[in-house]
Design a protein around this ligand. Sequence first.
Ligand SMILES: [Zn+2]
Ligand SMILES: [Zn+2]
Length: 202
Amino acid sequence: MTLPDDFKQCVDFHGHVCPGLVLGYQATRFGLEWLREHRAEDEEIVAIVENDACFVDAVQVLSGCTFGKGNFIFRDYGKIAVTFLSRNSNRGVRISLKPDKTPSDPKHRELFQKIQRGDATEEERKEFYKLHEKRSTELLQKKPEELFNIKEVEMILPPKARIEPSVICDECHEPTMKSKTLEHHGRILCKECAQAISGRGE
Ligand SMILES: [Zn+2]
Ligand SMILES: [Zn+2]
């Protein structure tokens, strides 16, 4: 099958085709479509992802919400879910994987474990990547509403991170955002140095 252009952009960024990337692609398209139907397009969008795996690379590429811009928030819940919010209205939509829609193939899982342990043969490796690709294609052909639940949400976001002047850490002498430093026995320390010093029991 020929891959959609916007999916190819996700693959270029991520480095390979995999089921997680496909799910991120599907969830993001689903969420952005909902927002366009319900909200003005020029409102600033924020993404809140609930895992830090392949999924989130597709979210960043398609939504333009990126780690570096500060409109990409990670919550470590271990769920295949993402919320898209409008910063102006604090309203948005959460997309989460339906419970039984992606049963994993036992053979696929077994091969994956072998590869992780480092004792897969070349043959098994090839078989794994074939199954991996087959599964990705299957997921890509599904309609997003078959895979995900979608629900409107309201959420108050923390204010945007501001750019602030740096101060110099008294230990490592590296410039550090002032709000991220700590005071320790009258010295200004970056978190890394503060942790090292308290680790030494000083
Ligand atoms: Zn991946
Ligand atoms: Zn330091």
